[in-house]
Design a protein around this ligand. Structure first.
Ligand code: SF4
Length: 310
C-alpha cells in the first residue's frame, strides 16, 4: 500500500508540480534553509517574492552570517513573525563559526542549531540533502492520517501515534527520491488533499484511500476542525486583534523610522488605528520586542527613539 501511495503521488507531481524558486536546481542547503524559515506561518506566494529579494541581498550563508541583526530584520519586512529572522541569522552565524559555513547533514548536528525543530531538521535533510528523513508538517500529517488510517486530524496525536506516523512516512519514501517525494507531498497537500475542501472526486488516490468513503458520506461531520488558539490581544475598532499583529506593526514602524525621535502618540496611532490612552500596553509590547532583541528604544517623556536590532 505504501508503494502504491508513493508511486501515485510521484506520478501526480510529475504533471502538477509548482515551480518554486527554492526547488531544484536551486535547492542548495542554504536556499532550502532560508525558504523553510520563511515558510513557517507565511503563505507560499508571499514567500516567493521575498525569497528572491532576500537571497539576492544575502546570496550565501556567509553573507547572512556577516550581516548585522538590524539589516537582517530590515530585510525580513513583509513576512511577519520577525523572530524567525533573528533565529535564521543566529543559525547562519553558528554554522559559519562551528561548521566552516557548511550546513551539516546529520540530524544530531542540525538539532543543536538555533531554530531547528523536528520538522525543520527533516526538511533540511530531505529537501537539501535528499536523505530519507521524514519532514512531517500539517500537510504531510493530514494526507497520511486520512489515506492510511481513514481519520481526519482534529486533535494532536499522542507520542505512540506520532512514532507510528514517523515510521509510516519513513517507510514510504522511495529510494533515492526523498527530496522530490517531499516536494510532491507538499504540493499534493496544498492542491488536492487540502484541509477544508479535499478534492476527493478527482484525487488519484481515491480508490485506495481509507478516508474517501467517509468523506463522501459524512463530509459535514468529519471535516477537519482546527483548534483555535487563544492568543493575547486587544480590540481595535471593535475587532479583536492578537498582539502579534501589533508587534509586527511596531517592527515595521521601526524599519521606517530607525534611529528617529518620534512622539509616543504617533507610534501608537500607527500601530493601532484607535490608539488613545493605551501607552502602558504599547510600551509593554516594545519592552518585549527589546527583550527579544528585535528592537531597542529610549523613552524621553512623551517621545521615543527606536532602533532595529539589539
Ligand atoms: S481521496 Fe480525498 S482524503 Fe483521500 S488522499 Fe485523496 S483528497 Fe485526500
Amino acid at each position: 500500500m505504501a508503494q502504491l501511495f508513493s508511486q501515485t503521488i510521484l506520478a501526480w507531481y510529475s504533471l502538477h508540480k509548482r515551480d518554486l524558486p527554492w526547488r531544484s536546481p536551486y535547492n542548495t542547503p542554504y536556499h532550502v534553509l532560508v525558504s523553510e524559515f520563511m515558510l513557517q506561518q507565511t503563505q507560499v506566494l508571499r514567500v516567493m517574492e521575498k525569497f528572491r529579494e532576500f537571497t539576492s541581498k544575502f546570496p550565501t550563508l556567509h553573507h547572512l552570517a556577516d550581516a548585522s541583526k538590524a539589516d537582517v530584520i530590515k530585510s525580513w519586512s513583509g513576512l511577519g513573525y520577525n523572530r524567525r529572522a533573528l533565529l535564521l541569522h543566529s543559525f547562519a552565524q553558528e554554522v559559519a563559526e562551528k561548521h566552516h559555513g557548511e550546513i551539516p547533514n546529520t540530524k544530531e548536528e542540525l538539532q543543536q542549531l538555533p531554530g531547528m525543530g523536528p520538522y525543520t531538521t527533516g526538511a533540511i535533510l530531505s529537501f537539501a540533502f535528499n536523505l530519507p528523513e521524514p519532514a512531517i508538517d500539517v500537510n504531510v500529517r493530514r494526507i497520511y492520517v486520512r489515506y492510511f488510517q481513514g481519520k481526519d486530524q482534529g486533535l494532536p496525536l499522542g507520542k505512540k501515534e506520532e512514532m507510528e506516523l514517523y515510521t509510516l512516512v519513513k517507510n514510504s519514501i522511495p529510494d533515492g527520491r526523498s527530496s522530490t517525494f517531499h516536494n510532491a507531498l507538499m504540493d499534493f497537500g496544498s492542491l488536492i488533499c487540502t484541509r477544508d475542501a479535499p478534492q476527493c472526486s478527482s484525487c488519484p488516490l481515491s480508490s485506495s484511500c481509507q478516508f474517501y468513503p467517509l468523506y463522501d458520506t459524512k463530509k459535514a461531520t468529519v471535516l477537519f476542525v482546527a483548534e483555535k488558539k487563544i492568543e493575547p490581544g486587544v480590540y481595535e475598532q471593535g475587532k479583536f486583534i492578537p498582539n502579534r499583529i501589533f508587534r509586527g506593526r511596531i517592527v515595521e514602524f521601526v524599519r521606517k523610522n530607525d534611529g528617529r525621535i518620534v512622539s509616543v502618540i504617533k507610534l501608537g496611532k500607527t500601530v493601532k488605528a484607535d490608539f488613545n490612552t493605551e501607552q502602558e500596553w504599547l510600551l509593554k509590547l516594545c519592552e518585549k520586542l527589546q527583550h527579544e532583541k528585535l528592537i531597542k528604544y529610549e523613552l524621553m517623556k512623551d517621545k521615543i527613539r527606536m532602533y532595529l536590532g539589539p
